[in-house]
Design a protein around this ligand. Structure first.
Ligand code: KIV
Length: 271
């Protein structure tokens, strides 16, 4: 176990995150842009540049169209805008599934071109060889198991996992396979709460949950969901802000001021 303080003044490292297991909860959110990343940075242990940016930033239907170039552009931006949080970047669909070699070439590009500390990829037992290949070559990997959004079409929608004995056995086996392959952490998405707690109990690695109940070693949400930007959010989201209302009020007041001619005022002009 690391002897560094749990909340160091420098940027949080992968060993710092691992050292949180059993000591204190890991706090994390997603970030895709510089202003958001800069605001969130000092409050977070980890910021994930998630491929959810396809939906959140670009209004796509799913994460599938997101490219490696998208992830690198947003990943570099988030790294440059932050000093404190550990930055992890999602490997997008099609950038790692073909072979361990393909995964290494693309993950190495992500690490070199963004400065992030690690990557996240979706998969369990079927990705064990790839994760072992990456981790043996100095690429820290967070394994995303449970509900895997890149599998939306094969699942026929976004379904939480752990509804049957078979699903529970798969999630437990995926967690074990990823830990043995060297993953530094497990992201559990859409996992029935007692199953997520059991994965957390069995694993030596910190689990980070989204829609996976209270029993995980940490939590993550999509920032825009958490801050109240969208009208509709999944059941597992708690809204901690009123971002949509704040923006709507600002937009309405600005439109009003321009229409009435009260903006810009003299002090807002070069006279
Ligand atoms: O892409 C993403 O934002 C994610 C979340 C589910 C954490 O993987």
């Amino acid at each position: 176990m690391s002897t560094t303080p749990i909340k160091p003044a420098r940027r949080i490292t992968i060993p710092d995150l691992m050292a949180c297991k059993g000591v204190r909860p890991i706090v994390s959110l997603t970030a895709y842009t510089a202003p958001f990343a800069a605001i969130l940075d000092s409050h977070m242990d980890m910021l994930l540049v998630g491929d959810s940016l396809g939906m959140v930033v670009y209004g796509m239907e799913s994460t599938l169209p997101v490219t490696l170039e998208d992830m690198i552009r947003h990943g570099r931006t988030v790294v440059q805008a932050t000093r404190h949080a550990c930055i992890i970047i999602d490997m997008p669909f099609g950038s790692y599934q073909a072979s361990p070699e393909q995964a290494f070439i693309n993950a190495a590009r992500v690490m070199k071109e963004t400065g992030a500390q690690g990557v996240k990829l979706e998969g369990g037992q079927e990705m064990a060889e790839t994760v072992a290949f990456l981790t043996a070559r100095a690429i820290p990997v967070m394994a995303h198991i449970g509900l895997k959004p890149q599998h939306v079409h094969s699942m026929g929608g976004y379904r939480y996992q752990g509804r049957s004995d078979g699903e529970c056995a798969t999630v437990l086996a995926d967690a074990k396979a990823m830990e043995q392959a060297g993953a530094f952490s497990l992201l559990l998405e859409g996992v029935q709460a007692t199953l997520a707690a059991e994965v957390t109990r069995q694993s030596l690695r910190p689990t980070i949950g989204i829609g996976a109940g209270q029993g995980c070693d940490g939590q993550i949400l999509v920032t825009e969901d958490m801050a109240g930007l969208f009208n509709k959010t999944p059941k597992f989201v708690r809204t901690f802000g009123a971002m949509r209302e704040v923006l709507e009020t600002a937009a309405r007041d600005y439109a009003d001021a321009v229409t009435k001619g009260t903006f810009p005022a003299e002090e807002e002009s070069y006279v």
